[in-house]
Design a protein around this ligand. Sequence first.
Ligand code: ADP
Length: 485
Amino acid sequence: MSKRIISIDQGTTSSRAVVFSDKGELIGFEQLEFKQFFPNDGWVEHDPEEIWLSVVEVLNLSIKRFNLSSSDIASIGITNQRETVVIWDKKTGKPIYNAIVWQDRRTSDFCDSLKDSEDLIQQKTGLTMDPYFSASKVNWILDQVNGARQRAENGELLFGTIDSFLIWKLTKGRDHKTDVSNASRTMLYNIETNKWDEELLSLFNIPSNLLPTVCDNAYDFGYTELLGGKVSIGGVAGDQQSALIGQCCFEVGEVKSTYGTGCFMMINTGNEIIKSSNKLLSTIAYRLEGKTTYALEGSIFVAGSAIQWLRDGLNFFENASESEDLALQAKDNSRIVVVPALTGLGAPYWDADARGAIFGLTRDTGIPEITKAVLESVVYQTKDLLEAMKNDNASFNSLKIDGGMVANNWFSQELSNVLQVKVSRPKIIETTSLGAAYLAGLHAGLFDTLSSLKENWSIDKEFEPQKSSNGYLEWKEAVSKVLTD
Ligand code: ADP
């Protein structure tokens, strides 16, 4: 058997172990969901032990299903939900509190109290002051868990994002490491100096001895014992950066947009950090052999989850895929605009308190018209990001798409019509796991260079603009009515 790469894809709702060939072809995967905890309004937690067990289980299941021995596995890659925070005991490995998930808003008051430092934070981290990022969550755990701050100061505790926690567990505590893409989302990492930042650590009151060592994305993260052999962990990246790599966006101006629960658009800005004036985030895309590549990112909180809401909340249909036929059935003269601010609005608005609305209802509005308007709302939100990127001088004229929603051809075509750019959907839309597999493969020597990976990227379907659309102005007007500030 030729060598295999296993990518551990630890997402917000499930963990997967995805097996790739030594050429980056998808062989198959195993997946397990885990529990979501909502202990308070706006709070979201995971049990880190359950996450760890789900990872062990999907690894074992995929090893069994694809008949792998440890010598078949060239390397393991890890990609993960970003920003989510775990703090654990150095000796026992036991988390001292549940993982606080990126979606969690419990620290918004604390973040508001740091408004004066907003510019400093943006300057150093490229991020917008928001509870979304790790720093305020770490501070919360240290403050709220009995004795935690003292134990942290005594060097008894460790902090990590999920990648770091998994590396530590997989290596039985030998390695406390993370990669630059995950570090750059903590709000503690200076993306210019490429170091944890003392000033930010003291602002958030976090002792530096909690922190993992920050490594390149393709690196020796340690080894794990599998089936009686040692397998190296050779690649790590946060989910969106991993998708950027999986989509082979290695040149300046190459851009991908991932449509899952939310939508995350990321454009490669090369060795330049573009400081956004339009509430986009500057972030580290990847660092290879010490050379850092940056990106500009826009995140939309609600994309596919609006389709889920139509399916599960409003019972409009049984399968998300039916939304495509419904959009085709919608009456042409319908002027419905849906603003899907079900959990607030992300970039470029960053309005956590905005809530959704439907405008333009008439007697003949039905399920098809509302469904079409929801799909359009995701397209218009993408246009918002494109405009913000343009205004930040990060233009592009073609877009690579992936994620569950892009199976919808109507949606993908409408993206091209509204954005007036070519939209390409690759054959492998598992780009998040693919990116981590590429990194692990690079470290294991299966691939020589980033550019050699480009040969593996192939198109399933291309969408060219067919007509122009004038709905965007109505969208902007509708958004202005739901914004709270
Ligand atoms: P995640 O990784 O965030 O869980 P996925 O990439 O698996 O998400 O995508 C699933 C999302 O895509 C769901 O929210 C679902 O509603 C949406 N979705 C799946 N298929 C379609 C489709 N054909 N048309 C529109 N939306 C879809």
